[in-house]
Design a protein around this ligand. Structure first.
Ligand SMILES: [Zn+2]
Length: 352
């Protein structure tokens, strides 16, 4: 055994979010001395030696980047930038699982409620355009129906059975086409998606180029789609928008909220079309109203997987505890303390 014993010093800083948020304070912890000198703002500082495996072995880095994957057509006979075969989609899931990724919902990401197991990397999955390959029923002659095991929903549910830790959550961004083909079944499908733990997002009524519309028409597009989904799925709120073509309204605020014909909408997140991994929700610069996505074509997805293999320090790695934010001490400059709410910060440093 040639393991070099390393002393791991973990600074556990209990900070009360209410103190920071109420004063809008964005001052940062820069070192232990300053922490001790600012005891007015910080209730308790604990220094302790942690067993090596606790944080350094898993290389917990909750200031790292998170990929929001963007799929379009699933089940194409031939792959293109905007279409994936069912087999390649299964391959993606296998690859992600093997490389330590685990699905989280967009809402948990936005709420900084990341429950990814220790040592794993959260990843978010999105599907645009509500095509039938996302959610297809196979309907027997007697009318009984089952979810097609070759559509995205079927593949995700089937994969989870043998890879429980991976999960199956995703957000489906739909238009009023109606969603998922198969005419009469769209309402039932929206309800089923939500019942299964998936989310439904806004992709406008008509897959509109929002940059070309008046503010009134933008609100008509967004309120209209939100209304259809929310009237179909009881107690469900559509709270995110994927911009068709990546084009945003001239008055950006109408991507976030507005109303039309007495119906209001509000989006916590706006997703773009490209073209890079997103930031951790606790770092400076995190902006849920302009979230980048990674196109899940074979070329782009595997390019970014390779990037994180070659740059492991850039990758978000969970500490397994949604109540704590664990990061290497060298990354503490990245943190935005005002985003921590009631989380406990753990910095870990290696001492040879
Ligand atoms: Zn689209």
């Amino acid at each position: 055994m040639s393991i070099i014993k390393r002393k791991i010093v973990v600074l556990v800083v209990f900070c009360f979010g209410i103190l920071f948020s109420s004063c809008g304070c964005t001052s940062k912890i820069t070192d232990t001395n300053i922490i001790n000198n600012e005891s007015n703002n910080i209730s308790q500082v604990v220094e302790e030696i942690q067993p090596e495996k606790e944080l350094s072995e898993i290389k917990a880095n909750e200031a790292g980047k998170i990929m929001i994957l963007m799929y379009h057509v699933i089940g194409a006979s031939k792959e293109s930038d905007w279409a994936q075969t069912a087999e390649n989609f299964k391959r993606d899931l296998e690859t992600l699982y093997e490389q330590g990724y685990s699905l989280i919902s967009l809402n948990d990401y936005l709420d900084n409620n990341i429950q990814t197991p220790a040592g794993k990397t959260p990843i978010i999955m999105t599907f645009d355009d509500g095509s039938v390959g996302h959610f297809r029923y196979i309907i027997d002659e007697d009318g009984t129906k089952k979810i097609d095991s070759q559509c995205a929903v079927g593949i995700l549910l089937e994969f989870e059975k043998s890879h429980l830790e991976f999960g199956h959550t995703a957000t489906f961004y739909v238009n009023n086409d109606p969603p998922f083909g198969q005419g009469n079944y769209w309402k039932e499908k929206l309800q089923k998606l939500v019942a299964l733990g998936f989310d439904v997002g806004n992709h406008t009524m008509t897959h509109a180029k929002l940059s070309k519309l008046t503010s009134d028409s933008v609100q008509k597009e967004l309120a209209g789609l939100a209304k259809i989904v929310e009237e179909t799925v009881p107690n469900y709120k559509v709270n995110s928008l994927a911009l068709p073509y990546g084009l945003s309204p001239k008055e950006y605020n109408f991507a976030l909220q507005g109303s039309y014909d007495g119906y209001s909408y509000e989006n916590k997140a706006v997703l773009k079309v490209g073209a890079r991994p997103a930031l951790s929700p606790v770092v400076k610069g995190f902006d849920p109203t302009k979230l980048p996505r990674v196109q899940a074509s074979t070329g782009e997805l595997f390019k970014w997987l390779e990037y994180f293999k070659n740059n492991p320090d850039q990758r978000y790695i969970s500490d397994g505890n949604p109540k704590t934010i664990a990061i290497p001490e060298e990354n503490k400059e990245l943190l935005d303390i005002s985003k921590l709410q009631d989380k406990t910060i753990k910095y870990w440093v290696k001492v040879e």
